[in-house]
Design a protein around this ligand. Sequence first.
Ligand SMILES: Nc1ccn([C@H]2C[C@H](O)[C@@H](COP(=O)(O)OP(=O)(O)OP(=O)(O)O)O2)c(=O)n1
Length: 368
Amino acid sequence: MSFSLPPDANGILPDRMIAAMADAGLILPEYPFVESQIQPASLDLRLGAMAYRVRASFLPGPDATVAERIDELKLHEVDLSDGAVLETNCVYIVPLLESLALPPEIIAAANPKSSTGRLDVFTRVIADGTRRFDMIGAGYHGPLYAEISPKTFPVLLREGSRLSQVRFRTGEAVLDAHELEALHERERLVDVDDADLVNGVALSVDLSGDYANGFVGYRAKRHTGVVDIDRRGGYAVGEFWEPIAARPDGSLILDPGEFYILASKEAVQVPPDYAAEMVPFDPLVGEFRVHYAGFFDPGFGYAGAGGQGSRAVLEVRSREVPFILEHGQIVGRLVYEKMLSRPDAMYGQRIGSNYQAQGLKLSKHFRL
Ligand SMILES: Nc1ccn([C@H]2C[C@H](O)[C@@H](COP(=O)(O)OP(=O)(O)OP(=O)(O)O)O2)c(=O)n1
C-alpha cells in the first residue's frame, strides 16, 4: 500500500496514519504491533532481545552507525528474552523492534513514556548518523536504539517492554502566538484566569497540598527493590517513596541527587485536534530539571474524554546545589501542536489510559 500526504500538510500524524505508515513499509516492526501500541498521536517503541551495557553514553555523529559504536564501547551483553534487571547508573543500549524508512517530508521525535519518566529511568532514542538524541531526521532509513540508564530504582524489563514513544510530524505543527491565544480563549487550556502564554502555556508547581490531602509530592527512596516495568499496581508506595507534607510557607528544598514527583498547580487540557509537549521553562535556569517525559496526548484532561481537572506530573531533580522551589513557581511550558487530523481514539477513551483525571500520581506500578 502506498502512503502520501497532501503537499501543504502541517501537523502531527494521528493513530490511523501511523497504522497506514506501517502498512506502507515506512515503519518496519520486526513482528506485528501489539494491542494499544499505536496511541492517539504516537507509537510506542518496543525493546529488542538484547541489551548492551556500554562504558558511556554517546551520539554516533554523521559518520558512524550505532552498531559500530556499540562494538567499540560494550562491556557485556544482557539477554532480555526472558527478562533481566538493568542496574542503576549503568548505561545500556538496546536495539528496538521498530525501524524506520521515513519519506523526506516526515520527521520523528521520541520521548520517554510518562511511566518511564515517573520511574526515573533515563531513556533516549538514538539513530544512525545522528548528532541529537530523540530526533530522527526526515527521510531516515535505518534502525532505532534506546539508551537506558535507570537513575533511582533497578528495573526488570524484557523483550517487548515499551519505554519510549515516537511522534511523526510533517511541516510546521507548533501553534504560533495568535493561534495559541485563540485556542486558549476557545478551550481554556489551563484553569487559571491570568494564563501566561508566552512560548507555550506556562505550568507552575503546586506546593500547597490542597489537592492531595496536605501532601505535595513524593521523594524516591534509595536502595529499594527492583521494579518490573510491565507490572501494574504491584508495589506498595511506602517501599519506594516518601510522601512530602506541605510546609506552611509553600516551599520545598530540593536535595541535589534526589528524585521528586510533584504536580502542576494548573489543571491542563489538550483538545482532540491538538497534541502538546512539556518543555523546560527556561534552559538557562540550570539549577533544577523538570520532566523527562513530555508528550501529552490529544484528549488528555479533556472533559469530553473524562479528564477534567487533570494535572501534569512533574519529575524534578536538583542539580548541583540544594534549591528552593516555591508554590506557584513556573517550572515548564506546554507547547501545543496541531494534529494533521483528529485521532480515532483520544486519551482516556481507549483501554489502558492510566493518567486521565489525575492529581498527584505516581507511575502505574505503585498502589497506595
Ligand atoms: N510529565 C508528564 C507527561 C505526561 N503526562 C500525561 C499526559 C499524557 O497524555 C499521559 C500519558 O502519557 P504516556 O502515553 O507517555 O504514558 P504511558 O504510556 O506511560 O501511560 P498510559 O498507559 O496511560 O498511556 O500522561 C503527565 O501528566 N505528565
